[in-house]
Every structure is written in C-alpha cells, then in structure tokens.
Design a protein around this ligand. Structure first.
Ligand code: S5P
Length: 254
C-alpha cells in the first residue's frame, strides 16, 4: 500500500502526519544525527533536513546541551518539515519513565515528536509515557528487534511486542525492527542498521542495504547514521540513501 492509502488506518495522529509528509517530500529516509556537539547537530539538521522525514537524536550524548539548541532544532524541523525522534529507549516502570519523559534536564516531551521504548517492564511503561505524550500529539515506537549481534530480541519477543502495541494503538504507531511483523497498515516500521558501504562495525552493529531493508524485510523508513554523517560529503551521501530508499518503496508500491 502507498503511504497515503494507509493514513485512514492509523489511530495515532502523528503517524498520519508522518505518512503525509513522507509522501509530500518523497522521502523515507531518517537521519541518525549521532554527534556530540550541538552546533554540529544543528548544521547537519539544516543541511540534510530537506532530504529526510525524521531526524533521530541521542540528546544525552551532547556535551554542550542547552535550551537554545532545542529552540533552534525545533525551528529547523519546522522549516524543513521533518519530525524529531529522541532515541531514548525507555525501559523503566510507568511512573519513572513518565518523569524521564517530561522532567529532568532534557524535558523530552516538550520537543520530541517521537520516542521509543522496550516492553520489558510490561504495559505500565506505555501507560506512563502515554499520560505525558498523548495530549501533546506525540507517538511511541516499540523496539521489537535490535540490529546488533547477539541481541535477545527473538521472534517470541517481537511477537509479544506486537501484542503490546495492539493494546495501545492511539499512542504506539509502529516499531523499531529489522522486519515487518504483520501486514496491518497502521504500523510504521523504522529500521536502523542500514549502510551502503559496510556490513558491520567493531562493536557488533550489523548492517543491511536500503534495498534489503525495504524490499526484503518490509521497512517503511530506513534510519542511517554513520553511512551519512561520517561521509566526506554528508549531503551527497544522504541523497544517495534517499534515492535508494524511495526507489525501493516505489518498486514495491507501484
Ligand atoms: O536496533 C537498533 C536500534 C537503534 S534505535 N540498532 C541501532 O543501531 N539503533 C540506533 O540507530 C543506534 O542507537 C544509532 O543511533 C543508530 C545507528 O547508527 P549507525 O551509525 O550504525 O547507522
């Protein structure tokens, strides 16, 4: 199905917005902007912004995090029309994640459209995050499968994650996964561990190509980090991934 055809099936409002902007901008590329300086992150967001549907952050790796940075990032996101995904991977009980989401130094709920979480603590984690995020029209991705070697996210774990998502479709709108879990058009699958040039790193990361992620494994959005940000010319590289991702989607949906 094409992105626009899936919109009526989504119960989460942000998912509708995301599918619409992917179609408008003609991109299914997410940039993982894993840098440690805020100026560098802002420069990447501004340069690569026109190429992407989502910018993924790890805000806790910034050495110079400050409020001005957040205001600037939000401005750039609005200018280039992409969503911000803070890859916080929440994993605690409901009451704790609620605070981690809305309080502390980062106040993630104030600026991140998308967050993600593990189901390990049970449904309370989703309820806690939803108490904060639903009224702000945010969305949650559940981590169903990891890309790294030796991980514990087997088929049973992924199936349990899907079952949990089905209980909270107003807030959960998809998965971080390596494979599509079923054909329900409301779920958006985001796949990290994508690289055109290499198959792994020295710390267990495992990569597939955009083509494999989308055509064989059913990803909707490819998440690319070092494949773009470590390149000599990140913008040129981002365009390559964008083109590869879009071509794969078009082949499948036409
Ligand atoms: O299974 C996963 C889940 C995530 S969110 N594997 C991952 O690599 N990630 C994240 O995607 C990881 O935290 C990093 O930010 C990004 C991959 O970066 P790359 O440089 O390896 O492309």
């Amino acid at each position: 199905m094409q992105y626009l055809e899936r919109i009526p099936f989504c119960k989460n409002l942000l998912a509708k917005k995301l599918l619409k902007l992917m179609d408008d901008k003609k991109t299914n590329l997410a940039l993982s902007a894993d840098v440690t300086q805020s100026e560098k992150l802002l420069a990447l967001a501004d340069t690569i912004g026109p190429e992407i549907c989502v910018l993924k952050t790890h805000v806790d790796i910034l050495e110079d995090f400050n409020e001005k940075f957040l205001i600037e990032l939000r401005k750039i996101a609005d200018k280039h029309q992409f969503l911000i995904f803070e890859d916080r991977k929440f994993a605690d009980i409901g009451n704790t994640v609620k605070h981690q989401y809305q309080n502390g130094i980062y106040q993630i709920a104030e600026w991140a459209d998308i967050i993600n979480a593990y189901i390990l603590p049970g449904p309370g984690i989703i309820k806690g995050l939803a108490e904060v995020g639903l009224k702000k029209n945010r969305g949650l991705l559940l981590i169903a499968e990891l890309s790294s070697e030796g991980n514990f996210t087997d088929a049973i774990y992924a199936e349990k994650t899907l079952e949990m998502a089905e209980q909270f479709p107003e807030f959960v709108f998809g998965f971080i996964s390596q494979h599509k879990l079923n054909d329900d058009p409301q779920w958006i699958y985001m796949t990290p561990g994508v690289n055109l040039a290499t198959e792994n790193d020295s710390l267990g990361q495992q990569y597939v190509t955009p083509d494999k992620a989308i055509k064989e494994n059913g990803a909707d959005i490819i998440i690319v980090g070092r494949g773009i940000i470590a390149a000599k010319n990140p913008l040129d590289e981002a365009r390559k991934y964008r083109e590869a991702g879009w071509r794969a989607y078009k082949t499948l949906s036409s």
